[in-house]
Design a protein around this ligand. Structure first.
Ligand SMILES: *Cc1c(COP(=O)(O)O)cnc(C)c1O
Length: 373
């Protein structure tokens, strides 16, 4: 079946008691078991698993084409659980432009977890060869990346990693499974911050890891979730499941609008550089055209001048809201360096725009009136 159809129907089996079309939310934290804790219906306690979360995980696994998925309370919780399920002593190669709190995890927690890391520009797959070590268990990349919209060739990286016995995890939050299918391109796992496009309405936090195979590491990750506790609540699982139903049409529209905005910004004299893989001038354009169905709803750009000029532009916007996060129905802009704080690697004059579902002409007009002429 096609993606759009799966997105509407997966995890949506009719409620056997009532025939309800919208899935019920099971808020119960506990489930009746037998006198020796037998679990005839498969559920025991909410932290282990619960029916609403299982519906979401079924849907996510189907949408990414994986064997199994685990839902978490946040994207960072999902990523951390994957890292914590690696054997002690493992080395991880990260792409250099990754979500900034994963860099914080490396700096603050890797020593205690017995893990080591290298940060490498994976836009050139050859640079991976030099970074791989005997103990490299994982390659971790994000494409398109946050906030520079760098593109990494998933298929080439997967080939090099697997030849050396390392797994590949792709943080696919910016693309969503509607636009990019990393498992089909050779990745072993996909990370989604479901807080973003999958939830889609800026009102729910969540994360998920979807895996190609239900292997030993997957079981370890399930143990991490159960014992360290970053589980998704039933209500959050339900909201994310509901978001999936309209995912395809939301991201298609957001990507089309983002393309128009990127083209318009690229013409503007007060804009220095536009980072959007849909522009033919983007260094990753050809790879993105090959591995994505459309180029996504995030555009970042640098404003001529410096930090002050960029913040000035952000301060003049009337429709586009200054706020962090992305993937909602309303357009949000952010001076990324200010929100990431002192360890940010974002250029000082960079603004990141998450394109919503407003009309593109209104968004372009807002940007034009905010930019110096
Ligand atoms: C937001 C984000 C995360 C972290 O997800 P949370 O749900 O905020 O914990 C990870 N990766 C990317 C690319 C993100 O945008």
């Amino acid at each position: 079946m096609k993606f759009e159809t799966i997105a509407v129907h997966s995890g949506a089996d009719r409620d056997p008691e009532t025939g309800a079309i919208a899935p019920p939310i099971h808020l119960s934290t506990t489930f009746e078991h037998g006198p020796a804790a037998e679990t005839p219906k498969g559920f025991l306690y909410v932290r282990e698993s619960n029916p609403t979360q299982v519906r979401l995980e079924t849907a996510l696994a189907e949408l990414e084409g994986g064997e199994a998925a685990l839902a978490f309370s946040s994207g960072i919780g999902a990523g951390a659980a994957y890292l914590q399920s690696l054997p002690q002593g493992s080395h991880v190669v990260f792409a250099d432009d990754i979500y900034y709190d994963f860099r914080t995890i490396v700096a603050e927690f890797f020593p205690a977890w017995g893990l080591t890391a290298s940060m490498v520009d994976l836009s050139d797959p050859k640079s991976l060869e030099a970074a791989l070590r005997a103990e490299t268990a994982l390659v971790w990349l994000e494409t398109p990346s946050n906030p520079l919209l760098k593109i990494v060739d998933i298929e080439s990286i997967a080939r090099i990693a697997s030849a050396r016995g390392a797994k590949l995890l792709v943080d696919g939050t910016f693309a969503t499974p509607a636009l990019q299918q990393p498992l089909a391109l050779g990745a072993d796992a996909v990370l989604q911050s479901t807080t973003k496009y999958l939830g889609g309405h800026s009102d729910v936090q969540g994360g998920a890891v979807i895996v190609k195979t239900r292997d030993e590491q997957f079981k370890r990750m399930l143990l991490v979730r159960k014992v360290l506790g970053a589980v998704a609540s039933p209500f959050n699982s339900w909201l994310i499941l509901r978001g999936l139903r309209s995912l395809t049409c939301r991201v298609e529209r957001q990507a089309a609008t983002a393309q128009s905005i990127a083209e318009s910004l690229a013409q503007h004299p007060a804009v220095e550089t536009v980072h959007y893989p849909g522009l033919a001038s983007h260094p990753g354009h050809d790879i993105a055209a090959r591995q994505m169905r459309a180029f996504g709803g995030i555009v970042s750009f640098t404003v001529s001048g410096g930090e002050a000029e960029a913040v000035e532009v952000a301060s003049h916007l009337k429709l586009i809201v200054n706020a962090t996060s992305l993937g909602g129905v309303e357009s949000l802009i952010e001076h990324r360096r200010s929100s990431e704080g002192p360890t940010s690697q974002a250029p000082p004059n960079l603004l990141r725009l998450s394109v919503g579902l407003e009309h593109e002409e209104d968004l372009i007009a807002d940007l034009r009136q905010a930019l110096p002429s």
